[in-house]
Design a binder for this molecule. Structure first.
Ligand code: C5P
Length: 227
């Protein structure tokens, strides 16, 4: 299991300081919409220059018509990143079109699809998708697998079921992790490290429990010792 640290601080300087603070560790860094919109490609390059072994997950959650998604994916593959994501809700045709477009790029980044956002509770999810989260997340995961993507973003609660319905090597990346039972914030379906281990999760994403703590480095160290 790998740790992916969400760089969700409010400024680029704070995000770079956090990356520097944890540069000695074998971790992934997650760059989301806010920092990418504000700080762009240069920020990604700065992260890689802190430690070239940092792996970067660009969390932009593409969701559009197939051709527009494939155009965006092709551009993303030119960035210094190692993984990016799309929304499974965009549909199997869109995901297949994305993979078809980037399949021949050497060392292309991993591509994941978001099944259900971990901030959804079942009631709010059902209002939009007319189905329970767990069942629908597995269906989205099957579509994603059949479209040739590398894995899904899901809650830790669905990871094992998704692997059982696709393949053990199909990657699961789970946000909403509160490693040692910290405050959930706006997340509805939170899980700790033990549950993530039982569910054979490949990547845990941790944001606030790290960047809001007084000693992020210590928290990262403790998480790495436990995974
Ligand atoms: O602070 P916290 O640990 O809740 O951060 C979780 C991170 O994972 C945030 O950057 C959020 O945007 C992201 N994320 C999520 N749920 C998803 C996909 C991404 O919480 N399904």
């Amino acid at each position: 299991m790998k740790l992916c640290v969400a760089l969700d601080n409010s400024t680029k300087e704070e995000n770079l300081a956090l990356a520097k603070d944890i540069q000695e560790f074998d971790v992934w860094l997650k760059v989301g919409l806010r920092s990418y919109i504000r700080d762009g490609q240069e920020f990604l390059e700065e992260l890689k220059s802190i430690n070239p072994n940092f792996k970067i997950f660009l969390d932009l959650k593409l969701y559009d018509i197939p051709n527009t998604m494939a155009d965006a994916a092709q551009e993303i593959c030119k960035l210094p990143i190692d993984m990016f994501n799309v929304h499974a809700t965009a549909g199997k045709v869109a995901m297949t079109t994305v993979m078809e477009r980037i399949k021949d790029i050497p060392n292309r980044p991993l591509v994941l699809a978001v099944t259900a956002l971990t901030s959804f509770d079942n009631e709010n999810f059902k209002y939009i998708y007319n189905e329970n989260i767990d069942k629908k997340a597995t269906k989205f995961a099957k579509d994603t697998f059949e479209a040739g993507l590398d894995g899904v973003v899901c809650s830790a609660f669905e990871s094992l079921d998704i692997k059982n319905n696709t393949s053990n090597s199909f990657v699961t990346l789970t946000p909403g992790i509160r490693p040692f039972g910290e405050d959930a914030g706006d997340q509805q379906r939170v899980a700790d490290i033990n549950l993530a281990k039982k569910e054979l999760v490949d990547f845990i994403v941790v944001g606030r429990p790290i960047y809001k703590s007084n000693d992020p480095k210590k928290v990262v160290e403790k998480i790495l010792k436990n995974i």
